[in-house]
Design a protein around this ligand. Structure first.
Ligand SMILES: Nc1ncnc2c1ncn2[C@@H]1O[C@H](COP(=O)(O)OP(=O)(O)OP(=O)(O)O)[C@@H](O)[C@H]1O
Ligand SMILES: [Mg+2]
Length: 304
């Protein structure tokens, strides 16, 4: 199933592997294909510092989507925004205002286990369901920059746990509706971003397994920051021999190339889903991350 045909993409992976960079590049690429894209990040507080914003020269994102580029909107998925949307669905307006002014309720919504995630999930669902006056979806595709690994699994496992806690009523209906998106491989895909090193590859393979266990359709693995290899196979063989004779200057770089090749092979051998490889982009010449996203976009465009 092609990337552009699905409604929602979740970008996961462990900390620092490039989830935000890849999410931003994918969103920009998809928007340039004429789709209306919503790029969403998950935060703990409203209007905090935005990692996505940095790629587009914006300080912070709000729960309400704002346009960053033609056809590309972004927002901050926030638990409290979801709580408010949900209360509006089940209560008359005046009661919602009273409920939201209640300090006790506020403390409960922030403190109760899984309530923040539930709010995030409901906020996301509302955006997925948003329609234009002609009935078409307001956002063709929503790309979510997910929190680091542990959190991502907590979020993808949440709907089923919730259904065990509340099996009827409006919350259960919302969770079932959400699951009808996120567990359907025609509508959703989860992507695991990783680096060409041993431990991150092991963790990525575990995450793919964990996602499959929570019935999330895995779109593929994105191997990010793959180093450029300037040597052809003959030169590689000659240099391999030389390195075994005499460890020398440049050995670390050489070893990194070898680890990267091994990582890529290990992923190819173990995965049943597609593997995309994105190169390490030399960012040392002071270029902004905006330029990095541009360059990744060019590479990704061919794969969309
Ligand atoms: N392909 C790449 N080439 C060079 N640098 C990269 C590449 N991808 C990401 N980076 C750099 O790696 C760093 C981490 O990237 P990013 O912030 O996207 O990761 P993340 O997974 O979202 O991190 P966090 O866990 O902090 O949210 C950034 O400084 C980014 O510029
Ligand atoms: Mg990030």
């Amino acid at each position: 199933m092609a990337f552009l045909e699905r409604r929602i993409h979740l970008i996961t992976g462990k900390g620092g592997v490039g989830r935000t960079t890849v999410s931003s590049a994918l969103a920009r690429a998809a928007a340039r294909h004429g789709k209306r894209i919503l790029l969403a990040e998950i935060g703990d507080q409203e209007g905090g510092y935005s990692a996505i914003g940095r790629h587009f020269g914006v300080e912070q994102l709000m729960p309400t989507p704002q346009e960053l580029e033609p056809g590309l909107l972004a927002c901050h998925l926030w638990g409290a925004a979801g709580h408010e949307l949900f209360l509006h669905r089940i209560l008359p307006g005046a009661l919602v205002r009273t409920a939201l002014r209640s300090k006790a309720l506020g403390r409960f919504l922030l403190g109760a286990p899984a309530f923040h995630e539930m709010g995030v999930f409901y906020h996301l669902l509302t955006l997925l369901e948003a329609k234009e006056p002609d009935g078409s979806p307001t956002y063709d595709i929503i790309i979510v920059d997910m929190p680091a690994t542990g959190h991502a699994l907590a979020l993808t496992a949440l709907p089923r746990i919730l259904l065990r806690l509340v099996s009827s009523g409006p919350m259960a209906a919302a969770v079932r509706l959400g699951l009808s998106y996120t567990t359907n491989p025609d509508k959703a895909a989860t992507w695991v971003v990783t680096l060409p090193e041993q431990l991150p590859v092991t963790e990525a393979l575990e995450l793919v397994q964990g996602l499959e266990d929570t019935e999330m359709p895995v779109g593929g693995v994105i191997l990010n920051r793959y180093p450029e290899n300037p040597f052809d196979p003959d030169e590689q063989a000659a240099l391999d021999e030389w390195m075994t004779l005499k460890p020398t200057h440049g050995e670390l770089t050489w070893r990194r190339l070898a680890y990267s090749r091994q990582s890529s092979k290990r992923l190819q051998d173990s995965l049943e889903v597609p593997l995309w490889t994105l190169p390490e982009i030399d960012n040392l010449d002071g270029r902004m991350d905006v330029a990095l996203a541009e360059e990744l976009f060019g590479l990704l465009e061919g794969s969309l």
